[in-house]
Design a protein around this ligand. Sequence first.
Ligand SMILES: Cc1ncc(COP(=O)(O)O)c(C=O)c1O
Length: 405
Amino acid sequence: MVTANSDYLKLPGSYLFSTIAKKTNDYVKAHPDAKLIRMGIGDVTQPLPPAVIKALHKAVDEMGHAETFRGYAPDLGYEFLRHAVAENDYRARGCDIGDDEVFISDGAKSDSGNIQEIFEKDNVIAVTDPVYPVYVDSNVMAGRTGTYDAQTTRWSNVVYMPCTEANGFSPDFPKRVPDVVYLCSPNNPTGAAMNKEQLQAWVDYANQNGVVIIFDSAYEAYISEDNIPHSIFECEGARTCAIEIKSFSKNAGFTGLRLGATIIPKELRDHNGTALYSLWARRHGTKYNGAPYIVQRAGEAVYSEEGKAEVKAMVARYMDNARFIKESLSGMGYEVYGGVNSPYIWLKAPNGATSWEFFDTLLEKANVVGTPGSGFGPSGEHFFRLTSFGTKENSRIAMERIAKL
Ligand SMILES: Cc1ncc(COP(=O)(O)O)c(C=O)c1O
């Protein structure tokens, strides 16, 4: 019998970033004068919007007075923030989501890692390949594995859906019907975004087959095209098959503050007819004591008129960068994807190089650090991820160096 503990040891996830760190550190040790430009990071670099800073100061002051001090936050989130999320991110887009269907948390990473707890142990999950590693790793850590194939380094209860140039990096329905499907659009790492028809087809598939979709919308603020849904609840029928996970990190720069939300409609049920809403409320109440009051007030400020304008300007700066990187690389003859509805640029390594070979070339010859696509799954082989979260100046220098390769 395979135990969850022994499955931990087979997880490739940590290998990717630890290998990048080791190769980069070794290079810097050998070349102390090298001025590396890091374009592998998935973290924002612009400071928090002024509206958020103002709200933080105000909330901190409130905590210092007996009349306005707050202790434990409600574990499902303060009403003011649940309302702001439901109103602005959902009802304003025509999605029928109630304030009480919004569960506030400390971020999309923990929610996307923890949400598997409300599903049956023997459920089969499906993920895209390449994939944000948290979806697979959290299920494996929970023992939702089946048998392990050392050759493919895969578990029988995890179905992989290749996302390739051939399908425009949008997954096809898997041959084996899973119980749970993880979709992320706009996608990390490919930068691809599903259009309304594609996402509607997934909602229909899920409703017809009794599948639950976990939809990660962490990058929705980067959508620039009209026919790309910002939420799965823009699709008809999503209330009976979908959970959505939101983040405040990539839109409003909360990577260090920590805030997120999960949306579970009351109609959504598991195979036994139990409301997943109730299971998540129970889980949240047992293992979580609420995001800090001051951070929730900061989140509320993201939805003020001032906050909305500032967030829009921040995203526009990253996207201006993304456009610049994409156009520069295309101009050099690289095959480039993403970067239109996403801060991620997904490029093909030239001359048939593997992802890691291209990593070494960029590191050693251009002093640019990116992320090898193969680290996100076998279908990422020969691809490479660059991000637009750095400064425009660094992106410009990086492109000049790459042009000289
Ligand atoms: C697809 C995806 N989901 C979730 C997260 C994590 O978001 P948060 O900072 O809210 O935990 C990331 C972070 O890189 C991500 O790429």
